[in-house]
Design a protein. Sequence first.
Length: 82
Amino acid sequence: MAAKERVGVVVSNKMDKTIVVAIENRSAHPKYGKTVVKTKKYKVHDEENKCNEGDRVRITETRPMSRTKRWQLAEILNSKIS
C-alpha cells in the first residue's frame, strides 16, 4: 500500500523540527449543493526547520514520530518570500 500524500499550507513553524500544515477539503453539501470548505491541520516532521509560514508543501504519511506527529515533509512546492 502506498503512503498517502497531501498538499497544504504551513500555518505554524514555532516548534522545533515540527510544522503545522492546514489542508482544505472542498465538497458539495449533500442537500443544498453549496461548496463547503473544511480545514484539517496536521503536525508534520521538518527535520531541517526549513519551512516558513505561508509555504505550500507536500507531505507524506510515515511511522508515528510522536504522540500527534504521523506525517513528514516531502517537498516545498512554493516558498513564501519574506
